[in-house]
Write a protein that binds this ligand. Structure first.
Ligand code: ATP
Ligand code: MG
Ligand code: FE
Length: 340
């Protein structure tokens, strides 16, 4: 089984070839970060234009890299949401064109299912499983009783964790995407500010990061006004400690109520070393739950994860046709097989 997969939901143009849903034969990722940095964030029109310019060469590189021809492919998988509509459309259109020209089945993939299924490229996922998906646009606890069932048991009420990193990074003079540099700064500092841990004590699995973000920004602005110099290392460490505390506490609470065989940490923020260390330390204490950290190279957006999810959806009969459209606000929850 060979899947040609596409990912263009944001600022990465990516095409991959995946064998049997779990082996990467190629995973081409053309990043556009440099083009967006001078605007301090992703500009949708710029993203679309880059995807158009890159997609054809990415397809060629992915097939060549895998040493595979179109005739050998089993299916074509593509992210159709959530994400930027103009960006998604380039991947969807390219995938439809390839599927139509080569008489291949088309499999629409939810971007977040892709982030979770990246775990499968390392080890088989064992069900029931739980995923903590932390990314630029999402923070969710997802319970998966079986392989094609996703139930959101908790989510952010406002900002996503990655979004909060990017916004507080800006205040420290760090350009988008700020997650990694803030993570690195945090390791050199101490939690001296004790920022609020929103909703940590609440009896649910939801998150909120906008209060933390505001507390952080107010602290920095106030210090600026009175001409006080604050340690960026301590600010970053205090912010990160607050984020990691809440993510770890809520995840542990979720595991108590939904015992699972595996906990998957996925999404761009899953690359955070503080979060990886904390979960490694604390989840090891949960007798039967195995922790699966998506490898750093597959945390950010990539087409390999879309192929990994696409192969699973293909087996469940999920298909798209010529009418498949981008769905920027695509919901993420299904408990029964969805025939597309
Ligand atoms: P979504 O997946 O929700 O649609 P997205 O695709 O834009 O959003 P990803 O590409 O999955 O998001 O993740 C990007 C985010 O990850 C950015 O906000 C970035 O700052 C953050 N990030 C990357 N590395 C780290 C890190 N080491 N620590 C914290 N955040 C990080
Ligand atoms: Mg990205
Ligand atoms: Fe993503």
């Amino acid at each position: 089984d060979l899947v040609l997969s596409f990912e263009t939901s944001c600022d990465e143009t990516s095409v991959a070839v995946i064998e049997n849903g779990n082996r990467i034969l190629s995973n081409i990722v053309a990043t556009q970060i440099k083009s967006h940095q001078r605007f301090g964030g992703v500009v949708p029109e710029v993203a679309s234009r880059h995807h158009i310019e890159q997609i054809t060469s990415c397809i060629g590189d992915a097939l060549r890299g895998a040493n595979v021809t179109y005739d050998e492919l089993t299916s074509v998988a593509v992210t159709y949401g959530p994400g930027l509509v103009g960006a998604l459309l380039i991947g969807v259109t390219a995938a439809k064109a390839v599927a139509w020209a080569h008489h291949l089945p088309l499999v629409p993939v939810n971007h977040l299912a892709g982030h979770i299924y990246a775990a499968r490229l390392v080890e088989p996922i064992e069900f029931p499983a739980m995923a903590l998906v932390v990314s630029g646009g999402h923070t969710e606890l997802v319970y998966m009783p079986e392989e094609n069932q996703f139930q959101i048991i908790g989510e952010t009420r406002d900002d996503a964790a990655g979004e909060a990193y990017d916004k507080i990074g800006r205040v420290l003079g760090i350009n988008y995407p700020a997650g990694k540099p803030v993570d690195e700064l945090a390791h050199k500092g101490q939690d001296t500010f004790h920022f609020p841990r929103a909703m940590d004590a609440d009896d649910n699995f939801d998150f909120s990061f906008s209060g933390l973000k505001s507390a952080f920004i107010n602290t920095v602005h106030h210090a600026d006004q009175i001409g006080e110099k604050l340690s960026h290392e301590d600010l970053a460490a205090s912010f990160q400690q607050a984020v990691v505390d809440v993510l770890a506490d809520k995840t542990k609470r979720a595991l108590k109520e939904f015992p699972v065989k595996q906990l998957i940490l996925a999404g761009g923020v899953a690359a955070n070393q503080g979060l990886r260390d904390r979960l490694t330390k604390e989840i090891a204490g949960f007798s039967d739950t195995k922790l699966e950290l998506v490898p750093l190279s597959l945390c950010g957006d990539n087409a390999a994860m879309i192929g990994a999810a696409g192969e699973m959806l293909y087996r469940h009969g999920v298909r798209g046709d010529a009418t498949l459209n981008a769905d920027p606000g695509l919901e993420f929850e299904w408990l029964v097989d969805e025939a597309k």
